[in-house]
Design a protein around this ligand. Sequence first.
Ligand code: IPD
Ligand code: CA
Ligand code: CA
Ligand code: CA
Length: 267
Amino acid sequence: MESSEIKQLFNDAKAWVLEAGKEMRESVNKPYQINTKTDHKDLVTEVDQETEKFFAEHIRKKYPHHQVLGEEGFGDDVSSLDGVVWIIDPIDGTMNFVHQKRNFAISLGIYVEGEGVIGLIYDVMSDILYSAIKGEGAYKNDVALPSLQKGRKLEDSLLGMNNFWSLPNRRVDETGIHDLVRKVRGTRSYGSAALEFAFVAEGIMDAYLTMRLSPWDIAAGIVIVNEVGGLTSRVDGTDINMLEANTVLTCNPNIHKEIVSEFIREK
Ligand code: IPD
Ligand code: CA
Ligand code: CA
Ligand code: CA
């Protein structure tokens, strides 16, 4: 794809993200319907659905040959990454949206022939847009993000993770994770995978480790983290498959190998 076409895609995606975000800031204090999906912790609101519909409609109108992969089901049944695929999480951090009215994001990644070329993560209430085009660096609003700090040591790192790591796990030995928690300087849990990727890219957190994320949670984040020299893989170090759920480790490149080889022990 020509770089002028990518720029046009980026400009459209950015404009739609900002427009959807503005709408969301207005919705946050209005009454809206909240439903549950797989269990009582798995929330979805009218705002998630309306926002995904907004993207699907705009994309289909302007780019009818592109595919849309979205969390709430208003996209296509995507079974291959051929062509251009928009991978969208209309609200990443729905629980934060409902309970906190902040700390949630719109996450939008655009993949061309399977390769991530555009990433946008919009922290809606803070009005901060993290963005990247492959090969052109990553930005926080209009400010370029520097490459991740060289020589980062695990003992000086902040690790993003969630409470699932305190419970027994089918595949990964939790005692290895306990050793990792002891080794790092501290842990954080923000409740939005997309924002956690953005924080790794910004260098205010050094790693984010999680057991199961869907393509829409990570599609944008991977592009942004790549642009500052970060690494993303499954927790065993193998490649992410953007068509299915994955375990995920995204981090400063200096600590990737150590986390994978010394702390992730398979059961
Ligand atoms: C969730 C958030 C959360 C992560 C979950 C995701 P959602 O996304 O990113 O931080 O721990 O695994 O499902 O459902 O709020 O879009
Ligand atoms: Ca959800
Ligand atoms: Ca999500
Ligand atoms: Ca979501």
